[in-house]
Design a protein around this ligand. Structure first.
Ligand code: AMP
Length: 459
């Protein structure tokens, strides 16, 4: 199927051609014609599926179709489309797509998010924009200051809605919705990688007889991604990671930690190991995050260490390796993380370094995936069965998770004979289930409460 058959205008097709896209992706095939009809849409699609073009192209076309002629325009140009995203990075990337696909159209766009000066954003809003891409917090700041009017919105997009809810944005979203015209007077598009009850709830309130579009099975990890778990002691994770990067000559690897502090520490330690590394998380300035991402994309930074929230929406093509240095507290985050690799049909590999503290998290993930992830013990890195599990402390992005539970605490300590055993060769043992069995009988002190993600919020 070609883009030409989807009903897009020539100036949009031209922009698509200039991007070098030859065929629409599955989500684009379904979403573009449906959105063009004006219907509300509930779409299940992960990052990397081409979902951004899937909503941006028809959004631009619909705005062009309903565009008031210059003669009919009174006063400043109203904001006619609003795209809400959970993170700054995603907001910036979506707006970049709006600019790219809309380059031959007389529509203007702006992106607003927190962590940067507000005045340039105010100036841009005053000049008038047709399409606004925003994170909820900063959008509400602007609304509170009277810098923008959302009463003329024709199309609302909630991108990565599940992540917005995970990040506690539901109240902000409700406040934004209250500033818009009534739901029936606008087109509403909700994109989400997973469908929790909360998402269904939001969809019920927001969407008017939505068309359901789903390109990946619900709550399944991208099928092009090879997944493996390497059981390892918590204090040897860093050593194993450095070894894997070096021995396999990985040039570009995205590594996930649970906390911002953990990300910083690991990046520093990898640098000490001679690997160029950078951390990206919500406490970093926007400039630092942009630089880290640019360095990573350019191949200058070999290891990008990220927290879940910061990594969300990062648009990095054909990322071959993703490493879960620590398993996420929320199983759905695992799906998001591994969605960073194997993008647009490319093969990818998602490797999880799992210590004794994380067995319960792994089981939760496997329950969500509805299958086991193969376990491969690497030579010289077999976990020491005498090491007891420790609780994974959580809470608001504070330090505990990274230091105690996740292999950060002891990461600088090397272990004599094991340390010597690590160098030179890694023999993959391909059989599933070779890892030592988890310890039994030890009472778990792990708190079974959802992670308090507030401290990790990007906005
Ligand atoms: P997204 O899921 O929107 O983050 O898109 C993932 C990546 O796929 C982006 O780098 C897009 O530029 C790229 N992409 C989007 N649509 C297509 C297409 N039809 N063919 C090839 N690449 C695409």
């Amino acid at each position: 199927m070609s883009f030409e058959s989807l009903g897009l205008r020539e100036d949009l097709l031209r922009a698509v051609r200039e991007q070098g896209y030859t065929e629409p992706t599955p989500i684009q095939r379904q979403a573009i014609p449906t959105i063009l009809t004006g219907a509300d849409v509930l779409a299940g699609a992960q990052t990397g599926t081409g979902k951004t073009a899937g909503f941006t192209l028809p959004l631009l076309q619909r705005l062009m179709a309903s565009r008031p002629g210059d003669a009919r325009r009174h006063g400043p140009r109203p904001i006619r489309a609003l795209v809400l995203t959970p993170t700054r990075e995603l907001a910036a990337q979506v707006q970049e797509s709006v600019e790219t696909y809309g380059r031959h159209l007389p529509l203007s766009s702006a992106v607003i998010f927190g962590g940067v000066k507000i005045n340039p954003q105010i100036a841009q809003l005053r000049r008038g924009v047709d399409i606004l891409v925003a994170t909820p917090g900063r959008l509400l700041d602007h609304a509170g200051q009277g810098n923008l009017d959302l009463s003329r919105i024709e199309i609302l997009v909630l991108d990565e809605a599940d992540r917005m809810l995970d990040m506690g944005f539901i109240h902000d979203i409700r406040r934004v919705l209250a500033l818009l015209p009534a739901a029936r007077e606008r087109q509403n598009l909700l994109f989400s990688a997973t469908f929790s009850d909360e998402i269904k709830d939001l969809a019920n309130r927001l969407l008017n007889q939505p068309r359901l579009i789903e390109v990946a099975r619900r709550n399944t990890a991208a099928e092009t991604v090879r997944q493996v778990v390497h059981p390892v002691d918590r204090h040897r994770k860093r050593e194993l990671l450095s070894h894997l990067v070096g021995a396999n000559d990985w040039r570009q690897v995205l590594v996930f930690t649970r906390t911002k502090h953990g990300a910083n520490r690991l990046a520093q330690q990898l640098e000490q190991d001679g690997l160029s590394a950078a951390a990206i998380h919500g406490n970093k300035s926007q400039g630092a995050r942009t630089r880290a991402l640019a360095g990573f994309k350019a191949g200058e930074v070999r290891v990008l260490v990220a927290t879940d929230i910061a990594a969300r929406g990062l648009d990095i093509d054909q990322l071959p390796h993703v490493v879960n240095y620590e398993l996420p507290n929320v199983p759905e985050d695992y799906v998001h993380r591994i969605g960073r690799t194997g993008r647009a049909g490319n093969e990818g590999e998602a490797i999880s370094l799992v210590c004794v503290d994380e067995h319960k998290l792994l089981r939760d993930i496997e329950r969500l995936l509805k299958r086991e992830v193969p376990k491969v013990v690497l030579d010289g890195y077999a976990p020491d069965p005498s090491i007891p599990a420790e609780p994974i402390l959580r809470g608001g992005g504070q330090r505990a998770g990274g230091q105690r539970g996740g292999g950060q605490r002891d990461a600088t300590r090397e272990s004599g004979p094991r340390q010597q055993a690590k160098h030179g060769h890694v023999h993959r043992k391909p059989k599933v289930g070779e890892q030592r069995s988890p310890r039994h009988g030890r009472p778990s002190r792990r708190r079974e409460v959802p992670a308090l993600l507030g401290g990790n919020r990007d906005d």
